[in-house]
Design a protein around this ligand. Structure first.
Ligand SMILES: C[S@@+](CC[C@H](N)C(=O)[O-])C[C@H]1O[C@@H](n2cnc3c(N)ncnc32)[C@H](O)[C@@H]1O
Length: 390
């Protein structure tokens, strides 16, 4: 069985980071250029110069040769940027080896910087956790390459079922062909050295994708970015929920939980009377940038829980996440259902779409006296719940 993402690849990368030879060491397997970079010397020491100090080799000793009698020279703390991995193993291992580690994640995750784009650096090296989509991998590796100097390295790690075996093609122009440094339990660590700046300008704008989207009222030009839910298309479950949306009266307040690029909220506003208000709650900072382009007038909240958003709401809608990593998990739905009751206006309704095989009715019945199935198509259902019917 393939190991669960979120744990094993980070552990594999961390194990490798911990035991890799000091940068500059002659047996360094990642050495692909004559002047290997090191965390203490991110642009790469000139060939022929003494081995620079490094976290694994703090005094700069040469293997097999007497320790040089030269006095230790102070050097800046080596820096590393970890992109896109919610697990702590790799940053912890790098920190234990002497690095100052910065973490970035597009999804709001406890203890991590969450923003639409990574901090600019520069960093001595960048570690990238293999993301779900090929385009997102290309985007993250591009961002990584913009954050290291020529001669420094970018590492990519992940599992076979995440596509790591064919991931070498995602490294941008300006990096040398990546080498595989470590393979363990269907996981790999790849590394490539940058030799020139990557081709696209640095920033999320370079990755904007536009596609026509039609949920029944004619095509609309829609903005996506790599890695957002249903990138470039209308998801079938989303479409079913849109078909069930009531017309919002003027002044009504709608909350779209897990709003993604804002499709459900946009359809609800389009169908309702002028003057209805939409609040979009989403934990993916990049999806919220897309939503800001798609619904310029909406209120956007980067968050993970309904209870943090001031109510009351007349309608709460959601095509909720039912996975944590690759494993199915109903924890977020259960929390949503429970917390929605605290922000629903009297007579307000909660609409949820999900696969019909999931025990959503059982979850809804625990909190709401009224619960109905209001649509059933293909493998999806929409359930409506509330304190009383209208
Ligand atoms: C199935 S997608 C639906 C996206 C969008 N509503 C649509 O239908 O196209 C679920 C969305 O929930 C977001 N999400 C996951 N967990 C969340 C949480 N705890 N709080 C807020 N958003 C969350 C995901 O980032 C994702 O965009």
């Amino acid at each position: 069985m393939t190991p669960p993402p979120g744990e094993i690849p980070s552990e594999v990368a961390a194990a490798w980071a911990r035991r890799r030879p000091p940068p500059g060491d002659p047996v360094d397997p990642a050495r692909g250029s004559p002047t290997p970079p090191s965390p203490g010397n991110p642009v790469g020491a000139q060939h022929g110069s003494p081995t620079p100090p490094s976290p694994g080799n703090p005094v700069g000793a040469q293997r097999g040769s007497p320790t040089p009698a030269t006095p230790a020279t102070p050097h800046p703390t080596p820096t590393a940027l970890a992109l896109g991995d919610p697990a702590p193993h790799l940053p912890r291992a790098l920190a234990q080896t002497g690095y100052a580690v910065t973490r970035w994640h597009r999804h709001l995750t406890r203890g991590q910087l969450c923003a639409p784009w990574p901090p600019s650096g520069p960093f001595g090296e960048v570690w990238v956790r293999m993301p779900r989509s090929a385009l997102e991998a290309a985007m993250l590796l591009h961002a990584a390459a913009a954050r290291v100097a020529d001669g420094a390295r970018i590492y990519l790690y992940g599992a076979t079922n995440e596509g790591i075996r064919s991931a070498a093609r995602h490294f941008p122009e300006g990096t040398e062909p990546p080498v595989t440094l470590h393979i363990k339990r269907r996981c790999r660590v790849l590394a490539a050295t940058r030799h020139a700046p990557p081709p696209r300008p640095d920033g999320l704008d370079s990755w904007e994708l536009r596609a026509p989207l039609d949920w029944g009222s004619g095509p609309r030009d829609w903005t996506f970015y790599p890695g957002v839910f249903a990138c470039g298309r209308l998801d079938s479950a989303t479409a079913l929920l849109i078909d069930c949306l009531p017309a919002l009266p003027a002044g009504a307040r709608l909350l779209d939980f897990g709003a993604g690029t804002g499709i459900i909220a946009a359809a609800a506003l389009e169908r309702g009377a002028p003057g209805a208000e939409a609040v979009l709650l989403e934990r993916d900072a990049i999806a919220l940038v897309a939503a800001s382009r798609n619904l310029p007038g909406a209120t956007l909240v980067l968050g993970r829980g309904v209870a943090t958003v001031p109510g009351p709401f007349d309608l709460i809608v959601s095509n909720p996440p039912i996975h944590a990593g690759s494993a199915q998990s109903l924890a977020t739905v259960e929390k949503l259902v429970h917390e929605a009751a605290t922000v629903l206006a009297p007579g307000g309704r909660l609409l949820i779409v999900a696969q019909r095989r999931l025990p959503i009715p059982r979850i809804l019945e625990r909190t709401y006296p009224l619960m109905n199935t209001i649509a059933d198509r293909d493998s999806f259902r929409v359930w409506e719940a509330g304190r009383r019917t209208r």
